[in-house]
Design a protein around this ligand. Sequence first.
Ligand SMILES: Cc1cc2nc3c(=O)[nH]c(=O)nc-3n(C[C@H](O)[C@H](O)[C@H](O)COP(=O)(O)OP(=O)(O)OC[C@H]3O[C@@H](n4cnc5c(N)ncnc54)[C@H](O)[C@@H]3O)c2cc1C
Length: 317
Amino acid sequence: MQNWRSRFRKKKMEYLKMYDLIIIGGGPAGMTAALYAARADLNVLLLERGVVGGQVINTYEVDNYPGFPKINGAELMMHFSEHVEQQPVEIRYEEVTDVELGETIKCVRTYNGEYEARAILYCAGASPKPLGVPGEDTYRGRGVSYCATCDGAFFRGRTVAVVGGGDTAAEDAAYLARACKQVYVLVRKPYMRAAASLQRKLKELENVTIMYETVVREVQGDGTFVNGVDIIRAGQEETLALDGVFAAIGIVPETGLLKGKVDTCTQGFIATDEYMMTSIPGVFAAGDVVQKVLRQIITAAADGAVAVTGVLRYFDL
Ligand SMILES: Cc1cc2nc3c(=O)[nH]c(=O)nc-3n(C[C@H](O)[C@H](O)[C@H](O)COP(=O)(O)OP(=O)(O)OC[C@H]3O[C@@H](n4cnc5c(N)ncnc54)[C@H](O)[C@@H]3O)c2cc1C
């Protein structure tokens, strides 16, 4: 029985094509990497569990990707995808379920089979933590945002709230205060967890009000756009009139497949060197899933390009 199994596996392996590089995830990081890898003559396979484009395809308007002012997120990603299709990149729509990180050969499993490569690049992204309150899904992209850098400019001269008490919430509030009329920071605890220097900065801003012991109960709207939030503040119910709500309660990296296999930093983001290589030689990571200071389309794309430079260096090319 064992012999039959191993003979079958050996036969199957003969049919397995060995790729130079397998990219997991077809968002901005993965697609940019695919483009760079193919242009460097690498034999590359990109595996995507949904449709290529990543998180951006759900973004109504992107206004900070240079060269494409006020473009719909799905349209921007279509340009990425058309560009990649001009190169000999093999794209398969399969969800990766497991990876085996051998010293020289990396094996990637999907529900359809397994693939082998000399190197892998993990670009599975991250997702913002939702508030989990009624009204949030209804007004997502219509006043409810998870990215101050992305959407702040749409709220110029308006009143908004940032929900959260950590560094991201403090940074988002300071960023929004530059353009918004009034920014409320809604903090669940009686104190903020953000760095003392950030809190000092916030307190100096005249249009920022920090509300402690405040929990959002529901996002309210007029049917098309957010117009307030119901909160409980120090035990009392209140309604706060607003034009927008920015959730900044955390971001969760999609690191499941590499959990325990490569080194991670705080909050589980993958640690890489300057070539985007993880703690395992031949295993690279790029985009929102890695530890970094700014998670945007442009930085994800840049990581993807750098990672391919790292792969070429790893291959000694
Ligand atoms: C609401 C919102 C609005 C935003 N607006 C902007 C903006 O205006 N401007 C801006 O610059 N940035 C914006 N961002 C941030 C930007 O979307 C991200 O920084 C960027 O998409 C990160 O790219 P990525 O390639 O690292 O990951 P992602 O875009 O998350 O792509 C990851 C891909 O990997 C795939 N994947 C995951 N696991 C597997 C698996 N096991 N097998 C196969 N495939 C897998 C996913 O399906 C996905 O397609 C926004 C983000 C959000 C949430």
